[in-house]
Design a binder for this molecule. Structure first.
Ligand code: 9PG
Length: 767
């Protein structure tokens, strides 16, 4: 890579790497960025004429005169990078400082903006736009047809929808009041006609062609968002913004914006994955090596759960010991939301004994808490009104309206109140003493509600992060922490796992509740599945993605067998924890078998293929044995043929095809043409395993696990005498079929029934 400055006074600073080119005017800080390739061929991207802007006291500050420029080396996780520093004068007494980092091999640049107040008086800073681009002063060139261009909307918190939106009409903005507060970031504009808004990160792209990513890497102080203004299908303006909440910037002080990644993913490259990789690294995300699996009380018993339900399921879980590790009690054990150490009538003996029973049965004990909520009727809200976050008129803010809760209304606790934090620490320590070492911390968005924080207090993001850090410390290093209903950016680096979608439900869709919310975030399998697909690239980069529970039951549900399998397949391919939420006593043997096939979790991060739609059209996972597991979901309302393009998976020659749900071998197929199987029913899924022809010996498929051979094959060896020995390892009792391609000859099927391990010798038939 190369950094140069032209010799003329005020000359341009040029940065050139093997992936991109940057030109910066050191006076105005205007930047031209372009990647290699020609836009017409689907490879090159140009974003010309963007600049940093600060919004201060109603004024829009831009740079106008060079003060300093220079560059140096920077050690990063992937070797050395260049860091260019530019300081420019703006309207007196302000300066804008800009840092740009990049290196060879990076598909983008990091941009960091700081506002310096060289004056004698403090000022209120509303917003720092690390990137501001407008059509009339710049140029944006992206490959593909303009009508195919989509804007990735991340959604503020766990339950908020994530998808790629078209540049037309208006995005959903939820119902006003508590419901809107739940899903939209304080400080960010609401979407309106011609304005799209995404929290923390966005991607602008047509299908899998080259694209543009704007994503914040740091989330320590402020909430961040990106906006796109459009008209007649064209992009008019783009902004990547840091809401500084009108906080004061003192005399001779500097305010740094959160760091922005401007990514230029090439064709087929995953721009969201690249952003997540970098954000996770920058926020030191502690991604756990081990995955989890569990049982949760919620989607079967809801708030009516009682100790007896947990005990009955503990007994029914016996066959899953060693495969399901955590038994988690959800909402319903507490006397009121907020009064966590007192119990509902269904738990007359409290939780300590129950946690003990769970552990004695060989499981970890898990518990749900909503630390920043306090029901209107809770003792905590009555005794400590000063702990509640309040609105402009001094009334407690309603964080959630839930008819399932006593009192129906829950207020928000202020995470910056020292006594409130002391109390929450005490709660977390106490449940730890009872034996719970898996905590699902829910409704976390509540901690960030309300207006601007006073200047002498922590910003809402730093107060939230500090509170979660305190709770993590109180819980101890061995506690597994799951975030839920959590603002995603500010939660990076704090949780082992994070819910990435709205609640599942024993029904595919619920139009009525979506309409009530004004947003597709109501409990429904479809809403959940769509988010898990759209956020799949975050897994193991920011945390373990928690795709929410699988529901396998055959009664007490509106889910059809196809829908149950689709939910199971999406959870499996997500690579995240597999948590079941059924009354296992009543689950039929066939459905228990399906649950068995999901355990253990595949654990791997899937590759995402987007296609033209709002959510990815395909997830696939590559295994060390060379096999690829591919999932396509039919989200439409009629049967569809879902072709699989094996060449786009990097496969050539011929591949063996195994249909996992059909439990059948479909033969060898050339990869030149997309592979086509029978049509997939509405809301059904196509799950296939591909094994390259030249792999021998190989397991071609199995009905023992959804991985269809990828996990259970411990060893496979062909002896010169024509026998092939297969060693299998898969925890628990398993019964099913396996199809093996021996060293020579045709594939050989075998039936198996074993516990934990098995060994078989297969004789090839003459070919
Ligand atoms: C327990 C549940 C489960 C579930 C969580 C969360 O009223 N509401 O708007 C509302 C939204 C989400 C919600 C419940 C209520 O679900 O995602 O897994 O733990 O809380 O109450």
């Amino acid at each position: 890579m190369d950094v140069t400055r032209s010799d003329t006074p005020g000359g341009m600073v040029r940065i050139e790497t093997d992936r991109l080119e940057l030109q910066i005017d050191p006076a105005t800080l205007r930047i031209d960025l372009s990647s290699d390739g020609t836009p017409d061929e689907g490879s090159g991207v140009q974003l010309l004429g963007f600049r940093p802007v600060a919004l201060v006291g109603g004024r829009r500050l831009v740079a106008s005169e060079t003060l300093l420029d220079g560059w140096g080396e920077l050690r990063t996780r992937s070797g050395m990078a260049r860091r260019v520093e530019l300081r420019a004068r703006s309207e007196p007494p302000f300066e804008l400082h800009l840092y740009v980092e990049t290196a060879d091999g990076w598909p983008g640049v990091v941009v960091e903006l700081a506002l310096h107040n060289a004056g004698e008086n403090g000022v209120a800073v509303e917003r720092l736009d690390a990137l501001a681009w407008e059509e009339n002063t710049g140029r944006l060139q992206l490959p593909g047809r303009p009508e195919d261009l989509r804007f990735y909307r991340m959604g503020y918190q766990s339950w908020s929808p994530a998808e790629r939106l078209r540049l037309r009409g208006r995005d959903a903005r939820g119902r006003p009041g508590a419901l809107r507060r739940m899903h939209f970031a304080p400080g960010a504009p609401l979407p309106r006609r011609g304005l799209l808004v995404s929290d923390f990160v966005t991607e602008l792209r047509a299908g899998d062609k080259a694209g543009l990513v704007l994503g914040f890497l740091s989330h320590n102080e402020f909430l961040t968002h990106a906006t796109l203004r459009h008209a007649r299908g064209r992009v008019r303006a783009l902004h990547a913004s840091v809401s500084t909440e009108g906080r004061a910037l003192g005399a001779r002080r500097t305010l740094r914006a959160e760091r922005l990644w401007i990514g230029l993913p090439g064709p087929g490259e995953d721009g969201i994955a690249e952003w997540a990789e970098r954000a996770g690294h920058e926020m030191q995300a502690p991604v756990p090596a081990r995955n989890r699996s569990g049982w949760s009380s919620w989607y079967q018993f809801f708030t009516r759960v009682c100790a007896r339900d947990v005990q009955r399921n503990l007994a029914a879980l016996a066959p899953f010991r060693g495969r399901i590790d955590t038994v988690q009690i959800d909402d319903g054990f507490q006397r009121a939301v907020g009064d966590w150490l007192e119990f509902a009538p269904g738990f007359p003996d409290g939780l300590a004994g129950l946690a003990e029973e769970i552990r004695a049965a060989g499981f970890r004990a898990g518990l749900w808490l909503a630390p920043f909520l306090a029901s209107r009727l809770s003792e905590i809200a009555r005794a400590h009104p000063d702990w509640l976050l309040r609105g402009a008129r001094g009334r407690p803010l309603v964080a959630c309206i839930n008819p399932g809760w006593k009192g129906g209304i829950a207020y928000a606790l202020d995470p910056a109140r020292p006594q409130a934090l002391d109390w929450l620490e005490h709660v977390v320590r106490t449940v730890g003493e009872w034996g719970f070492d898996y905590l699902k911390l829910d409704f976390l968005y509540a901690a960030l509600l309300g207006g601007r924080r006073p200047d002498d207090r922590a910003s809402r993001v730093s107060a939230y992060r500090n509170a979660i850090e305190r709770l993590r410390t109180a819980a101890g290093p061995d506690t597994f922490l799951v975030g839920c209903g959590a603002p995603l950016g500010p939660s990076i680096g704090l949780f082992d796992a994070m819910r990435v979608g709205p609640d599942v439900a024993p029904a595919w869709r619920n139009r009525w509740t979506d309409r009530l919310l004004g947003l597709a975030a109501a409990p429904a399998a479809e809403n959940s599945v769509r988010n898990v697909l759209a956020r799949a690239a975050l897994h193991q980069r920011l945390w373990l993605n928690d795709p929410d529970c699988v529901l396998v039951r055959q009664s007490d549900t509106h889910l059809s067998p196809d829908e149950v399998r689709t939910l199971a397949a999406v959870v499996a391919l997500s690579g995240g924890p597999v948590v079941v939420s059924d009354d296992l006593e009543r689950v039929s043997p066939e459905r228990a078998e399906l649950l068995s096939r999901l355990l253990p979790s595949l654990g791997r991060t899937p590759h995402v293929t987007w296609g033209a739609g709002a959510v990815p059209e395909q997830l696939h996972t590559r295994f060390p044995d060379g096999s690829t597991l591919v999932l396509r979901v039919n989200l439409t309302r009629s049967a569809r043929t879902l072709p699989i393009d094996a060449r786009r998976l990097g496969l050539g020659g011929r591949v063996h095809l195994y249909d996992v749900w059909g439990e059948r071998y479909c033969g060898l197929h050339p990869t030149q043409r997309p592979l086509e199987l029978d049509p997939t029913p509405a809301r059904g899924s196509l799950l296939v395993r591909l094994v390259p022809e030249d792999r021998r010996p190989a397991v071609l498929g199995s009905s023992l696990h959804v991985g269809a051979g990828a996990l259970e094959t411990a060893r496979l060896r062909a002896a010169p005498d024509g026998t092939t020995r297969l060693e299998l390892r898969l925890a628990g009792h398993r019964s099913g079929g396996i199809l093996v391609l021996p060293g020579t000859g045709e594939p050989v099927p075998a039936r198996l029934d074993f516990t934990d391990t098995a060994e078989i010798d297969l004789r090839s038939r003459a070919s």
